[in-house]
Design a protein around this ligand. Sequence first.
Ligand SMILES: [Zn+2]
Length: 145
Amino acid sequence: MHCTVDDCEEDATNHYTWAWGEEGACCDGHRSHLESKAAQLGRSISFAAASDTDRPPAKQSYSTPKLQRLDPELGKLRLSLAEAQARIATLEQTVEVRDVQIVELNRRLMRSGEEPPVVVDEALPHAATTPGTEDAKDQKRSQRK
Ligand SMILES: [Zn+2]
């Protein structure tokens, strides 16, 4: 229902009743206008909140919170599920990478039986190089290339 005062386009928030029985609806802005008018006329005017039938949105907003309360909960669960699935996928990838690494390390271990591992030589350069073994040192250098 719209405000019935002066062709106002605002939604009516109040019902008013003049002392002589005339009734209407008005917005908050026109309520004060009517109050000052009543004071000028020296007549009384009574106001009441617009009836419930004029406010169907209020009833809708009452039932809406139940859905809004459910949705974030559902959203959280879906999010944690997606996160868990992503974690599983990552872990599966990690396991695959580890499997490949294990195979590769096993191959290196097999090979290390034939030739000395380069890693040990680099980590302990002095231990691998004893004085007077220049020939062995040169051999290792040529192996690295
Ligand atoms: Zn108005």
